[in-house]
Write a protein that binds this ligand. Structure first.
Ligand SMILES: [Zn+2]
Length: 260
């Protein structure tokens, strides 16, 4: 790595070691306390990884750079060592870094735990599988199937699903003839059914925020083509800057080509 990058890097490192000898990152830090650094326009990663690479060259494979000192912002190379993610969590557990007991989020933020009227089971009783729909699929009879195919216009897919205690997809399969193909089909029109039974808004919103391999590829391509910032991408896909950073650096979704 060239000298200009090193200079830029060490400008963000504290000159004075802590009591334990840590040299900490004074630049931008993630929520977890790790420093972040952009080696180039294309590559942004955590500062301690960069520090390790300055000294030792590229990090082999999918290994993590871990802290002996247990101090996330520390970039002192003597305090860093390579390990697997499994070793990291074992290490965290042995050092008591993983929150449990009184530190667990459910204890610290009891207000955030959904209870009572906000609990899933109470808020969405219709989505809870019960009785014959529990475990194994509800048993539909030939008569049920014929009735479903006759009444889809009147009820719509989701009301039918509730009425018969099956999933909406099951109703859809029945209506398209994918299942129960030996019985008469009726006049099912998926386009009309979609209008009759639109998906719930919340579900659609959640789906939009969920990253797919396709979205990840698009994010990488858009970024590498240039003209769009990480912040703009984060906004566009409803994720955090750190998520975009990890995608672009290949820290996450590593099984897909990074294109770097
Ligand atoms: Zn340290």
């Amino acid at each position: 790595m060239d000298q200009a990058v090193r200079d830029r890097f060490f400008k963000k490192v504290s000159k004075r070691p802590t009591k334990k000898g840590c040299l900490v990152w004074i630049g931008y830090r993630t929520k977890g306390g790790y420093g972040t650094f952009s080696i180039s326009k294309r590559r942004c990663t955590t500062a301690h990884r960069v520090a390790w690479e300055f000294e030792n060259g590229p990090i082999p494979g999918k290994l993590w750079v871990l802290h002996r000192c247990d101090n996330p912002p520390c970039v002192r190379v003597e305090h860093l060592f390579l390990g697997t993610p499994q070793e990291n969590s074992l290490d965290a557990k042995s050092k008591g870094r993983l929150p449990s007991g009184a530190d667990h989020w459910a204890r610290r933020r009891p207000d955030a735990v959904l209870r009572g009227a906000r609990h899933y089971l109470v808020a969405y009783p219709d989505r809870v599988r019960r009785g014959s729909s529990m475990g194994q699929a509800a048993k539909l009879t030939d008569q049920d199937v014929i009735a479903i195919r006759k009444s889809w216009r009147a009820l719509g897919r989701n009301k039918l699903a509730l009425k018969y205690g099956v999933h909406e997809v099951t109703i859809h399969s029945i209506l398209t003839g994918k299942t129960w193909g030996h019985l008469p089909l009726g006049d099912y029109d998926p386009a009309v059914a979609k209008i009759l039974s639109p998906h719930r808004r919340t579900r659609r919103r959640l789906a939009a925020f969920k990253l797919t391999p396709h979205k990840v590829q698009t994010i990488r391509q858009m970024f590498h083509r240039g003209g769009i910032t990480k912040i703009a991408l984060a906004k566009k896909y409803g994720v955090t800057d750190a998520t975009i950073c990890s995608i672009i650096s290949g820290k996450t979704w590593a099984h897909l080509p990074v294109g770097d």
